[in-house]
Design a protein around this ligand. Structure first.
Ligand code: SD4
Length: 341
């Protein structure tokens, strides 16, 4: 077994990496900050349990998750039951049933789930199944794989007893026809009526964590497009020793920077959840070519029950259920108006 490095050696390595990063930062006008590790015990403990999720649809999702925890259910059950609420809600145009379709008129769903023991499951480009998050959980529990996509994921879901369901509502079909009539041009469009991907993180009263992320993806996306939401490390990551993070917004930028994994690794180095979310947005700005309507939002929860949230532009909201209250908050952002490039 490998021995742990001494405290002094660890410090020297971190200082060296920090120095290298600062050097690179000079070249590209961006400094990757590396903090000295702090023992988790030094962090003040927040009230547990905590459920944290993206957007206003996070409020009912948080409630469902907290109900599971209050009844003594597992944190994995809690995150799954939480996100099943927006998945089944036909008025939400960006998750599950009622989600806006892709450019070919089909509703295609991406989802992933991660447990406190490091297990994970995912589905991508899944059609005609109401609860992709539950299929992702079955992939985790019933197969030796992490992700199933497309027809294979659908066949697996049917084998597991899921019912075929038409997910295209009248409203979503009408929006699709309007989009076609307006010229069928694709433009990434985040903050879609304050409903986007739901990412939900939870920590139970014992300090065990899990996360779930589920979406119909960017409206009118290219047929076959898969975003960040089913990609472990991009749309969602949970490490039960450290914390979890999840993303909403333009998945391509999240995937290019592996945003949720990055946030968890920054927390491992001593960043607070808030600092880590801000740094992950800064990383995108530094490394990814952005367009005028670009938007991204991250939320994070650490092992001590502390939370963070940050977005590129204003408008992103998150829902926090903690200490008896389930509240929607506006998230701070790097840009202060939508018009700033
Ligand atoms: C995706 N991140 O598919 C998801 C969807 C989303 O704003 O959150 N859109 O890229």
């Amino acid at each position: 077994m490998q021995k742990r490095k001494s405290g002094r050696r660890k410090f020297i390595i971190q200082t060296f990496i920090g120095g290298m990063a600062a050097g690179l930062g000079c070249k590209y006008g961006y400094a990757t900050h590396v903090l000295a590790a702090q023992p988790a015990a030094a962090k003040p403990a927040a009230v547990l349990p905590v459920v944290l999720s993206t957007w206003s649809h996070g409020i009912p999702a948080n409630q469902a998750a907290m109900d599971v925890l209050s009844a003594g259910g597992s944190v994995l059950d809690a995150v799954e039951q939480g996100v099943r609420v927006p998945e089944a809600d036909p008025t939400i145009e960006s998750v599950g049933y009622g989600g806006l379709p892709d450019a070919s008129g089909e509703v295609t769903l991406d989802a992933c789930i991660m447990d406190s023991n490091g297990d994970a499951g995912a589905v991508a480009y899944l059609k005609n199944i109401l609860h992709p998050i539950s299929v992702a959980r079955k992939v985790m529990e019933k197969t030796p794989h992490l992700m199933l996509v497309g027809d294979g994921a659908y066949k697996f879901a049917i084998d597991q007893g899921f019912e075929p369901t038409n997910l295209l509502t009248e409203n979503a079909n009408q929006k699709y026809e309007e989009w076609q009539a307006s010229g069928s041009t694709y433009a990434p469009h985040a903050n879609w009526e304050n409903h986007d991907t739901i990412g939900l993180l939870a920590i139970d009263k014992n300090g065990d964590m899990a996360g779930a992320c589920t979406t119909s993806g960017m409206a009118f996306k290219h047929s076959g497009r898969v975003g960040d939401s089913p990609i472990i490390g991009a749309g969602l990551f949970v490490d039960n020793e450290i914390g979890g993070a999840t993303a909403t917004g333009e998945g391509e930028a999240v995937m290019k920077t592996l945003g949720s994994f990055l946030i968890v690794e920054l927390m491992r180095q001593g960043y607070t959840p808030q600092q880590a979310c801000e740094e992950a947005v800064n990383r995108i700005v530094a490394k990814v070519k952005l367009h005028p309507h670009f938007q991204i939002g991250y939320i994070a929860l650490n092992k001590a029950g502390q939370t963070g949230a940050y977005a590129y532009r204003p408008g992103f909201q998150y829902a926090l259920h903690q200490d008896g209250s389930n509240t929607l908050f506006n998230t701070n952002s790097l840009k202060t108006t939508w018009n700033e490039e």
